[in-house]
Design a protein around this ligand. Structure first.
Ligand SMILES: Nc1ncnc2c1ncn2[C@@H]1O[C@H](COP(=O)(O)OP(=O)(O)OP(=O)(O)O)[C@@H](O)[C@H]1O
Length: 683
């Protein structure tokens, strides 16, 4: 018979899970739990399992380590993505989410939601649109927290410990598959799964074992045929949407997590692929993992393969318990399921068709009747020791640790090289555009850099214009693509960072290097094609090729640093486009072309020190016109006048270089700080 609390079986499993490890609580502040009682007269406290009799276990670090070593000590076990693992149960109650509208009205989006995800089972969250499924999943996985207009309250436990899932260390214990697949578009499914395994499994795992893990995961998810096809994106055609979704699932499951959350893992999949994903989730659950996911309109086969169901309706728990009890539970509450009906459709029909008041009167929405045992408020390390599923650094044996910083950087670097090599369209378009612009500029300014320009005022102006134009082309050509591409790459970074792939510093080093490389590629390509073979000889510049190249490179690097900072700060590529004027207009205004900097209002003049173009131009002026300015044979001396108008002082050359590279460093480090802040707040 189905119970009114609708979850006795789950509770009993859960009780035995808590009983299994044995030793009583030792350290930690114990919090006394109070069980809320049903107001509904049909509920009886006798039907509530008595959690107060449960002895609270505490796994110490050494017993956890022994378990881990025993479990994955053979290479066979390490090769198997479905190897047996110790489960972690997640239990929650009193989850409330309240929105305060602009008019000050309070709207309850989640109301006293309770439940648990026992290890070894798959639990689905269902409910009508707007019921609060994603909100609940986000709160439980630490991706939602109180803001000025949204208040979030919850009491969440992992095993016997009270946890705050917004804490990055707790969040890293939960594998989370988001609805939008943030995957690197130039990687293949095999590479994406392998990358995740290499960075997240303990360093004892060999490359061979990782290959096997990836192969098995690809086969289970039906991805073997497209394993070596690029994932693809807006520019590059890649695998299908369903295959991409399954790759996202594989990327998380290959790390053998003990807790997995998935936001609509079957959306956009046909019924065969959906069943394939659910089968993999069941397999991982049978290995000891706890699986929780939201789902829309499952087929009856998919629905019947769930172990447990949480049915939300208007932010409240309408049903919670084993899926096998659903027909009896609904029948008992005046809604017997018609024969040959998909149970998922039936419960959604009932939830959608009847008012909350009527369903409440019929006995749905039972209160949380569990008598939870006291929760332990963990000390920092104790919590990690007890959860210890993701091979954190306080494991004393080196081989069980997370891979080192050097490996993180090496793997990220390798991926970045592959990304740049495969992103032929993006790099090719840049190269082609630069070549075209160089031919245009070279022809427009043909021969203006010759010796005669130093004595002919009109030629002299063109000579100066050509020089500035080449510098600006280089600056815009490197900074603009960086600003536009960085926000696109950011979701991949945030997903990977929040799931413990690597540190933010390792990532930033790669972005830094990659930009250096790309910038160098762009600049050298520009030099080879634009300056050397086209613009430099066509214009007839005089400063010397390598000298001009170094100035152009320094300018490109420091303006790209501003682009990286903006790219770190904005949320999406459209927003980045809005910020383009901020990147370039101040550079032009403070460079001294339109107005001398000493004529700018004093309170604004400091901004010139933030504009790299000013210093790039001053250095180029010295390189191009410095010799002529010191040559007494030119009277009047146009070069000396130009240096004077632009406030260029030969004795300050070292200062100009310092400011140029100083700006590069300051903006790069600010970008790192912003990224770090966003990454630790990511939810
Ligand atoms: N940050 C927020 N600010 C304002 N309202 C929010 C916020 N988050 C969620 N909501 C509201 O809470 C309700 C539940 O949203 P949620 O996305 O959790 O529903 P859902 O059950 O996942 O819906 P769907 O199935 O359509 O995705 C919706 O009415 C939504 O508009």
């Amino acid at each position: 018979m189905a119970s009114d609390t609708a979850s006795d079986d789950g509770y009993n499993n859960f009780l035995s899970f808590l009983h299994s490890a044995g030793s009583p609580a030792a350290n930690g502040d114990v919090e006394t739990a109070t069980a809320s009682r049903a107001e509904n007269p049909t509920e009886s406290s006798k039907e509530s399992p008595d959690y107060s009799r449960t002895r609270v276990k505490r796994l110490d670090a050494s017993s956890r380590r022994k378990f881990v070593s025993r479990r994955a000590s053979t290479t066979e076990e390490r090769r198997n993505p479905f190897a047996e693992r110790e489960g972690n149960a997640l239990i929650w109650r009193g989850v409330n989410m309240t929105l305060t509208t602009k008019r000050g009205e309070k709207k309850k989006l989640l109301s006293d939601v309770w439940g648990e995800v026992p290890p070894g089972e798959i639990t689905a969250i269902m409910g009508p649109s707007g019921a609060g499924k994603s909100s609940l999943l986000n709160i439980l996985s630490g991706r939602s927290r109180s803001t000025s207009s949204l208040s979030v309250e919850s009491e969440i436990r992992m095993n016997e410990f009270k946890v705050d899932p917004t804490d990055i260390d707790v969040r890293k214990q939960i594998a989370f598959v988001a609805q939008d697949d943030s995957l690197s578009f130039t990687a293949t499914p095999r590479e994406a799964i392998r990358f995740s395994a290499k960075l997240r499994l303990p360093r004892i795992t060999t490359d061979d074992e990782i290959e096997d893990l990836a192969d098995k995961m690809l086969a289970e998810l039906g991805l073997s045929d497209c394993a070596d096809t690029m994932i693809g994106g807006a520019l590059i055609k890649g695998i299908s949407g369903g295959e991409r979704k399954r790759t996202s699932v594989g990327v998380e499951l290959v790390t053998k997590p003990s807790l997995v959350f998935l936001d609509e893992p079957t959306s956009g999949l046909d019924s065969f692929s959906a069943m394939q994903v659910i089968k993999v989730l069941k397999k991982i659950a049978h290995a000891g993992c706890s699986v929780l996911f939201t789902i829309h309109q499952p087929s009856s086969d998919v629905f019947n393969s769930f172990d447990r169901l949480i049915l939300l309706n208007k932010g409240m728990v309408m049903y919670q318990g084993p899926v096998s009890d659903v027909p009896e539970y609904f029948a008992k509450h005046n809604h017997p399921m018609p024969p040959n009906y998909n149970p998922a459709d039936w419960i959604m029909d009932v939830a959608n068709q009847y008012s909350q008041e009527q369903l409440c009167q019929e006995g749905f929405f039972s209160r949380d009747l569990r008598n939870l045992p006291p929760a332990i408020v963990p000390k920092d390390k104790e919590l990690l020791d007890s959860l210890g599923v993701s091979w954190h650094d306080d494991v004393s044996d080196d081989e069980w640790k997370h891979v080192g910083f050097g490996t993180e950087v090496r793997l990220l670097f390798k991926r970045e090289i592959i990304h740049n090599t495969r992103n032929k369209k993006g790099v090719g378009a840049r190269f082609a555009l630069t070549t075209f612009m160089a031919i245009l500029v070279g022809n427009i300014f043909f021969g203006v850099g010759g010796d005669s320009s130093f004595s002919d005022p009109s030629e002299f102006n063109s000579h100066f214009g050509a020089m500035v134009m080449i510098l600006m082309m280089s600056m815009f050509g490197t900074a603009m693509p960086t600003l536009l591409s960085f926000p696109e790459e950011r979701p991949v970074f945030l997903r990977e960072y929040s799931t413990n792939h690597y540190s933010v510093i390792a990532y930033f080093i790669i972005v830094f290097n990659s930009n250096l490389q790309l910038c160098y590629f762009h600049t050298s390509a520009a030099m080879a094609s634009v300056l050397l073979s086209i613009a430099y000889p066509l214009v007839g510049l005089q400063s010397g090729f390598m000298r001009f190249l170094s100035i152009e490179y320094g300018l490109a690097m420091s303006s790209t640093a501003v682009a990286v900072l903006l790219g770190c700060a904005v949320e999406d590529p459209n927003m980045a486009t809005e910020f383009l004027p901020l990147l370039f207009v101040p550079q032009l205004l403070f460079a001294g072309f339109f107005v001398r900097t000493d004529l700018i209002p004093a309170w604004l003049r400091w901004a010139q020190y933030l504009c790299s173009l000013t210093y790039g131009v001053r250095l180029a002026l010295l390189a191009e016109f410095g010799d002529c300015a010191n040559d007494p044979s030119f009277t009047p001396n146009l070069c000396a006048q130009l240096l004077d108008v632009n406030q260029v002082d030969e004795n300050e050359k070292a200062l100009y270089w310092s400011i140029l590279w100083g700006l590069f460093l300051v903006f790069r480090l600010s970008g790192l700080a912003v990224l770090r802040k966003k990454a630790t707040k990511f939810y």
